[in-house]
Design a protein around this ligand. Structure first.
Ligand SMILES: [Zn+2]
Length: 369
């Protein structure tokens, strides 16, 4: 057992828009939503803070997320103006701050904070856990690196500096559809001038550029425009699931060459081909955690090593168990991954890298002063 790093969770979105008190158990969250039908995943959520601690998911990338609605189809709600989207992301930040005050979470914004957090989790659990220390891990704050998924809420590119001062360390310029600064999933086109300006700010401030959700044109432009650190926080393989939301082998090769780490996602729609949201079920598709291992394995085969892949579960990204592998009930089932990888011949060291080591190494490099 070792610390698990999840590179993509929308915790604050769930707290505020889904009205979930994430300090409660999964059973309690599901019970409170019984009979509600306003969202597809009501009563089927898989993520809460106690559930993360149960599986030693002690560190994650947590988003601020608010789109502007450009009348394009999206599985996610969009606001009518940037000012409204901005206000939502500030509300989300306020929730993270409240979680910090309650000792539930802690923001990780630099190398020193990262090392301190790893020491706290390492010293308390992992490997030598006994029934006595288990009680202590249940009290540990979950570390989070703040990321912005889709940049629509930044009123201008200059607002990125303010966000950096508030702790923002990673940013994905686009989400679904055409965005204010970039074109995302199900859209196409290169960066408009203000998008290029935003990427220059990302580079100047030293944020991690998250290429997830960028359409192909923006993806290749982003790699040209930005020479700083980049990752794909929740991203699977197009060779296995043919849709532009996934990256082609060529794109994955380019990321690996840049030293990026790719977090594989657990959204069933991205795990098996032909998934129709709201129609296909985990049972009808046969989706299992082994499909998740397939995407991880493909990236390792492309890289020739196991150093460029990790976990970016996305498990609270507007879906629940109606859209996850059949052998996953909650996020704590990430604990089943090591055995799946070991059965494919992965070494203990490589598995530890995939669980958390690769993203931790990446952050140490990105935050080296
Ligand atoms: Zn996403």
């Amino acid at each position: 057992m070792s610390l698990i790093f999840d590179a993509h969770l929308d915790l604050a979105m769930n707290a505020i828009e889904w009205n979930r008190d994430l300090t409660k158990s999964i059973a309690e969250l599901r019970r409170r939503e019984a009979g509600k039908t306003d969202k597809a995943d009501r009563g089927r959520g898989t993520v809460s803070l106690p559930e993360m601690r149960r599986a030693d998911i002690g560190l994650c990338v947590a988003t601020q997320i608010a789109r502007v609605d450009h009348d394009a189809w999206s599985p996610v709600f969009g606001w009518r103006s940037q000012a409204q989207a901005y206000a939502m992301t500030q509300g989300q930040l306020a929730w993270y701050r409240a979680m910090e005050e309650a000792g539930e979470m802690v923001m990780i914004r630099d190398a020193a904070g990262l090392e301190k957090h790893l020491e706290m989790w390492d010293g308390t659990n992992i490997e030598h856990r006994t029934s006595n220390t288990q009680h202590r891990t249940e009290q540990l704050p979950v570390g989070y690196i703040l990321s912005l998924e889709g940049a629509d809420s930044l009123l201008t590119p200059q607002h990125l500096e303010r966000a950096w001062e508030l702790g923002l360390r990673a940013i994905g310029p686009a989400h679904y559809g055409p965005g204010v600064y970039a074109f995302g999933t199900d859209a196409s086109g290169g960066f408009p001038p203000r998008g290029k300006e935003l990427v220059r700010e990302i580079t100047r401030l030293g944020l991690i550029l998250d290429v997830t959700h960028l359409c192909d044109e923006c993806f290749w432009e982003a790699l040209e425009l930005h020479d700083g650190p980049l990752w794909a926080s929740h991203q699977n393989c197009r060779a296995l699931v043919p849709h532009m939301r996934q990256f082609s082998d060529e794109q994955l090769h380019a990321l690996i060459a840049r030293g990026a780490v790719i977090g594989c996602a657990l959204d069933a729609w991205m795990l098996v081909p032909g998934w129709v949201r709201g129609t296909t079920t985990p049972q009808s598709s046969g989706v299992m955690l082994s499909h998740f291992a397939d995407h991880i394995d493909r990236i390792c085969q492309l890289a020739g090593d196991a150093h460029h892949v990790g976990i970016g579960s996305d498990l609270d990204g507007a879906f629940g168990t109606e859209q996850t592998p059949q052998d996953l009930d909650t996020i704590a089932d990430l604990e089943k991954l090591p055995a799946l990888l070991a059965a494919r011949g992965y070494s203990r060291e490589d598995i530890a890298g995939i669980q958390s080591g690769n993203f931790i190494r990446f952050l140490r490099g990105a935050w080296r002063s």
